[in-house]
Design a protein around this ligand. Structure first.
Ligand code: FE2
Ligand code: FE2
Length: 136
């Protein structure tokens, strides 16, 4: 099954956020490696928890920076949480099948690539510009 690969193009420049993204990828890969339903469910639950923790970190930083696109970015996070919960239902029903792994790849891994390169890097850029302007 396809693994999630963290590349330099995903760097935001924020060491905490980048570290969390790397950690998310390693959790996805642990799930890709899960052979049985019980292990896969446990691993997906870790991934769900860690995703919530990561999104909260970003959302707090966006609020602290009074980021104008906060609501939009948060909505994108919320949508992902819903789709991961749906994925959990699929896993409950059919176990770690090829179909489940395909869904994981498209709905989580590919989603993350797009979200990090788009929304997360846009916020990082906003923060950099802002801190250069005010010197804080
Ligand atoms: Fe992120
Ligand atoms: Fe984000």
């Amino acid at each position: 099954m396809k693994k999630a690969v963290f590349t330099l193009s995903l760097i935001t420049g924020d060491p905490i956020v980048d570290g969390q993204h790397r950690h998310l990828f390693s959790k996805i890969n642990a799930l890709v490696d899960a052979n049985d339903k019980e292990t896969a469910l446990k691993t997906l639950d870790f991934l769900i928890d860690y995703t919530g923790y990561h999104f909260a970190t970003e959302e707090q930083a966006m609020q602290a920076a009074q980021y104008p696109r906060y609501t939009e970015h948060k909505k994108i996070h919320d949508d992902l949480v819903v789709s991961v919960k749906n994925l959990r239902n699929v896993l409950e029903t059919e176990g770690p099948t090829d179909n489940f792994m395909d869904m994981l790849d498209k709905q989580v891994t590919e989603w993350l690539y797009g979200h990090i390169k788009g929304d997360d890097q846009a916020f990082a850029e906003y923060k950099n510009i802002r801190s250069n302007q005010c010197g804080c």
